[in-house]
Design a protein around this ligand. Sequence first.
Ligand code: AP5
Ligand code: ZN
Length: 219
Amino acid sequence: MGCRIVLLGMPGAGKGTQADQLAEALGIPHIASGDLFREHLHQGTELGRLAQGYMDRGELVPDEVTIGMIAERIARPDCAEGFILDGFPRTVAQAEALGRLLSQNGTRLDMVALIRVREEVALARLAGRWTCRNCGAVYHTLFNPPRQAGVCDACGGELYQRSDETEEAHRRRLKVYQEQTAPLVEYYRRIGLLVEIDGEQSIDDVQADLRATVETACG
Ligand code: AP5
Ligand code: ZN
């Protein structure tokens, strides 16, 4: 049993926001590749230093590095009953590597949910985003403000803006998404795993749709 889920969607679609809530509801870990890179960066590891340049430019970190980091993460015991992947896979090579890793363990993905939004909606969301330095929760100055400005509702941590939150990096990330990640939509549709969610609804309505699809896919 268990539930192994991938969330797909362009930067700003709301993957992180939805994955946080879903992980809590299902009691399985939320694994965000971007968050893992940012933790490495914060800890000053070699991997973090390598990733920083790519991230700040809005480009993808090379596949070998990214796949190795995720392989190590999903092999940990807390993933035995499932996980929610957010931001991985992002290339066909990453998707193929994930499929191989899971089948080596006798498991497979249960569902890939595409959170669909238009580019202009994604850009508006990215422009107002604030992230908790401590727990990674995300807020938005207009759409999802914290109760107290600059302070995380969940843990009291300090809110900051990511170093890739420039207009230029946002546009570059959207372009990279269209070129390198959008092909995964067809890839997962073909193998019958794709479900599509309207990401332009309220955060609660997107979550409700997501939970309904999880119930169908994972029982
Ligand atoms: P990553 O951290 O994964 O960023 P991303 O995919 O670009 O996605 P975001 O985190 O920007 O957006 P999101 O969809 O999670 O939206 P969120 O919930 O925050 O990647 C960063 C970088 O790391 C990459 O550029 C790359 O360099 C590297 N990287 C990561 N993974 C990699 C991989 N696999 N391979 C290679 N490189 C990799 O929401 C956005 C905002 O909108 C928030 O403010 C939120 O409050 C608000 N919001 C959310 N939902 C709603 C709603 N329904 N209505 C109104 N507002 C909403
Ligand atoms: Zn917090």
